[in-house]
Design a binder for this molecule. Structure first.
Ligand SMILES: Cc1cc2nc3c(=O)[nH]c(=O)nc-3n(C[C@H](O)[C@H](O)[C@H](O)COP(=O)(O)OP(=O)(O)OC[C@H]3O[C@@H](n4cnc5c(N)ncnc54)[C@H](O)[C@@H]3O)c2cc1C
Length: 415
């Protein structure tokens, strides 16, 4: 194909996959990235011997797109033990593998989280979902997840002790108003795969895709101000003329006429503390049911040793929907950690807090995929990004691939 000027706005996961797919089609795109690194919402900082992901997140090993683009072995993926440690005041208990083999959980252990009927229903749901394709799930009925769980017949006990804290931490909202399509998809992924992190942090995922690029160029520290038709204006005032543009970020950022068209995104706070040693001492997520600041915790070095190289343990705490100023939030979280662990509040040494105002898009009509014809918004302008489908790594990758396919197709049909 003759040299075409293709610009991609944003070098997050969707922009990187778009670039990779364009290269496969013989094109050499230029990525315009506002920050100094690739990865967008998936980044890892190295601070004082710790690896700090920007917000607690995991890769599900069953994601179809992730299997396609990532070399899990080279990432050194570390799996979480399935299940969760549930904190109940100053007591705690473990529920092993409820989403994969609920019937294997001993009755006594399960009775703290739900009823016998819940166990059977969990089993029925896993079987049902394994038979449904992802496309079927996303074109099926959509009701708020809390309603779905009730209608499926789950008890209030299992909803508040397990489903709520577990899925709050995934949907990043407290009331499980997120569509049941997302619930079914995530449930299915967890029943087929493992939650995992790359040995050296989530930021390794976009880095791995970046390394696969050969003819693309990435311009860092190049925020785009506007995209009008095929004219891109950088914040510096420089104008670029494109044959095609892929906007791989929510487009209201660069198309002023779309401002106000997107529902407010989900935000989250992620606080890191160090302790002398992990009080969980297992690669498992800890859930704190009820109305607390702490929703879920993980000792990252229990999952991957490389998250701490300084001899201390690294605790990641996820806090939802809090507006407390940082100092107060740290104190309040330390106090809650003392309750659940019995370890004195002051032994949790604060490392860093991440406030992520745009963590997940709020998507009203969740989709698994779209036909490539829908990725085009204007002549020469195409869209990518998780907000088009659903807030997940899988969706970001899918959307990038589809936008690239649409661009490649547009050249084929004009020749
Ligand atoms: C805390 C948190 C937890 C999560 N947990 C999970 C999880 O457990 N599992 C899961 O599957 N997914 C999870 N996600 C979602 C997942 O990270 C995202 O779906 C995915 O990273 C989105 O990629 P993207 O390319 O669509 O967008 P982004 O990553 O947002 O990429 C957009 C890029 O565009 C750049 N940019 C923005 N404005 C401009 C501009 N004007 N000019 C140039 N560049 C610009 C940004 O700097 C960024 O690099 C989580 C996300 C967060 C934040």
């Amino acid at each position: 194909m003759e040299e075409k000027k293709i610009y991609i706005v944003g070098a997050g996961l969707s922009g990187l996959i778009a670039a990779l797919e364009l290269e496969k089609g013989g094109l050499s795109p230029i990525l315009l990235e506002a920050t100094d690194r690739v990865g967008g919402r998936m980044k890892t900082d190295e601070i004082d011997g710790f690896r700090l992901d920007h917000g607690f997140q995991v890769l599900n090993t069953a994601y179809p797109e992730a299997k396609k683009y990532l070399d899990f072995k080279a990432l050194g993926l570390k799996n979480f033990d399935p299940g969760a440690v549930i904190f109940d005041g100053n007591d705690s208990y473990v529920i092993t593998d409820p989403l994969r083999s609920p019937l294997k959980i001993v009755g006594m252990a399960f009775s703290r989280v739900g009823t016998f009927l819940d166990k059977v229903k969990m089993f029925a749901l896993t079987q049902e979902l394994k038979k449904k394709s992802n496309e079927e799930i996303f074109s099926g009925p959509s009701v708020p997840t809390h309603q779905f769980l009730k209608e499926y017949g789950f008890s209030d006990q299992i909803i508040s002790n397990f489903f709520k804290p577990f899925f709050r931490g995934i949907f990043l909202e407290k009331h499980l108003n997120t569509s049941s399509r997302m619930f079914e998809f995530v449930f299915k992924m967890f029943s087929l795969g493992h939650a995992a992190i790359p040995e050296k942090g989530m930021g390794e995922i976009p880095e791995m895709i970046k390394r696969q690029l050969s003819s693309s160029r990435i311009y860092f520290n190049s925020p785009v101000k506007t995209v009008e038709g095929n004219i891109i204006t950088l914040e510096t005032g420089e104008e670029l003329k494109a044959d095609r543009v892929i906007i791989a970020v929510q487009p209201d950022r660069v198309m002023k006429q779309l401002q106000g068209q997107f529902p407010p995104p989900r935000k989250v706070a992620n606080l890191y503390f160090s302790t002398q040693k992990s009080f969980l001492a297992r690669p498992m997520i800890g859930l704190y049911p009820g109305d607390h600041l702490v929703n879920n915790i993980v000792f990252m070095d229990d999952v991957s040793k490389a998250y701490s190289t300084n001899g201390r343990s690294l605790l990641s705490v996820t806090v939802l929907e809090s507006d407390l100023p940082e100092k107060e939030l740290i104190k309040a979280v330390q106090a809650e950690l003392e309750v659940i662990s019995g370890v004195k509040a002051e032994y949790f040494k604060h490392v860093k807090s991440y406030y992520i105002p745009y963590a997940l898009p709020q998507v009203d009509d969740l989709k698994y995929s779209i036909p490539y014809t829908e990725a085009k918004v204007f002549d020469q302008v195409y869209l990518a990004g998780d907000y088009l489908l659903n807030g997940s790594i899988n969706a970001a990758m899918t959307s990038g691939r589809i936008a690239a396919e649409a661009v490649i197709h547009s050249f084929m049909s004009t020749h």
